[in-house]
Design a protein around this ligand. Structure first.
Ligand code: HEC
Length: 158
């Protein structure tokens, strides 16, 4: 067994945090509702994963196909679980989920499906293929946020 790469170890840490239900530690304001905490933790874990890939794509960290492949798999799983994490209509003053999610549920699900398809479409074999396929996923994240997340903040998306 080789040692996990730092990016993969980081993602693994996030996954474990999700599994044991630890609250997000990325500066999310306090939210009492566990259900809302979980959907935000899911989103934040996607941001961490996406950052690993954009860092590779931009040359800030070396391209690592193995780690990128793991991250792709992680993002396929997280995007697939978006509908499940949002199905219940729950509000909190510190949540940025727009009520339209639940009046346009089919469309919300469709956006999640598109993000999942974009995650599946990631090609991680080379830096070139990663660079070609990553924008679709980023676009899918932004597209859903544009419609269903209040106060769109590009910076926190990835
Ligand atoms: C189908 C819709 C949808 C897709 C696709 C989606 N998001 Fe989100 N995202 C949301 C919504 C809605 C919120 C607001 C949740 C809340 O505040 O309760 C959110 C919030 C976030 C947040 C802020 C979490 C916080 O703690 O406030 C981050 C970061 C984020 N998303 C990252 C991503 C990334 C990265 C992707 C793409 C891989 C992505 N999202 C794809 C709907 C989506």
């Amino acid at each position: 067994m080789t040692h996990p790469t730092p990016a993969f170890a980081l993602i693994l840490g996030v996954v474990l945090a999700l599994v044991i239900g630890a609250p997000a530690t990325t500066g999310t304001p306090h939210i009492a509702d566990k259900y809302i905490q979980k959907r935000m933790a899911l989103m934040n874990s996607q941001r961490v994963a996406l950052t690993a890939l954009t860092d590779m794509s931009a040359g800030r960290i070396p391209m690592d196909s193995r780690s990128a492949r793991q991250t792709r798999r992680f993002l396929i799983a997280t995007t697939a679980s978006i509908p499940k994490r949002f199905r219940k209509r729950r509000f909190d003053p510190n949540s940025h989920a727009r009520p339209d999610i639940w009046t346009n549920w089919k469309d919300f699900e469709l956006r999640a499906k598109r993000a999942e398809a974009a995650a599946k479409g990631l090609k991680t074999r080379s830096l070139d293929s990663l660079r070609r396929t990553l924008p679709d996923l980023i676009q899918a994240c932004h597209s859903c946020h544009g419609s269903y997340r209040a106060h769109v903040n590009e910076f926190t998306t990835h």
